[in-house]
Design a protein around this ligand. Structure first.
Ligand code: AMP
Length: 208
């Protein structure tokens, strides 16, 4: 399975992606995770990415495209992959198409997880992650066990202001790439509202 996972920030992509990569046994390539790892490690890439990320803006295309191109050449991608958070702009989609064509690789699906904006802001602002297990919680909708609350992390870009700016970036830059993949007959739209298990079922049937 070679797929792209698209959806607004806070649509639940991270949670669903973790389930899907296990089911299809493919690597989960999240550019957001790659940038966060670079920031944490204090690399040159991390320093560059951080200024954009904390403002809720997109990291420049040339930086992001190079990072993904290199990642896709690694051996664990030879039988499939899930791209999460990439491509996010038209130039990224075009660059990916060129890179895949050069390697004679075809995409199987572009999954679009749909959640209305009004729901997104409340989801994002209450989101917390557990650095020890990677588990994602929501203070109200999916409360964490009381004994781990103190170690949970609130992402810097999960504030309301950064969230609104990320949503604006999604609508301005990322949503317009969906027609690019519609033209290639790859898009599968899935309703991202409801119980986690139901959403996973909807996704797997859309992909089958
Ligand atoms: P995410 O975890 O996917 O929401 O990404 C967090 C942040 O990383 C975004 O708000 C951007 O600043 C940056 N980022 C992740 N993926 C990309 C991408 N494909 N293009 C540009 N910036 C990105």
């Amino acid at each position: 399975m070679r797929m792209i996972f698209i959806g607004p920030p806070g649509a639940g992509k991270g949670t669903q992606a973790a389930r899907l990569v296990e089911r299809y046994n493919i690597p989960h390539i999240s550019t957001g995770d790659m940038f966060r790892a670079a920031v944490k490690a204090g690399t040159a890439l991390g320093k560059k990415a951080q200024e954009y990320m904390s403002a809720g803006q997109l990291v420049p295309d040339e930086v992001t495209i190079g990072l993904v191109r290199e990642r896709l050449t690694q051996s664990d991608c030879s039988d499939g992959f899930m791209l999460d958070g990439f491509p996010r702009t038209r130039p990224q989609a075009e660059a990916l198409e060129i890179a895949l064509e050069a390697s004679h690789i075809q995409l199987d699906a572009v999954l679009v997880l749909e959640v209305a904006d009004e729901l997104i802001v409340s989801r994002i602002v209450g989101r917390r992650s557990d650095p020890e297990t990677g588990e994602i919680y929501h203070l109200q909708f999916q409360p964490p066990p009381a004994d781990i609350v103190s170690r949970l992390v609130h992402r810097k870009d999960d504030t309301e202001e950064a969230c609104r700016s990320r949503l604006a970036a999604y609508h301005a830059q990322t949503a317009p790439i969906i027609p690019f993949y519609d033209d290639r007959n790859l898009v599968r739209r899935v309703d991202g509202v409801g119980e986690l298990d139901n959403i996973t079922d909807r996704i797997t049937s859309a992909l089958s």
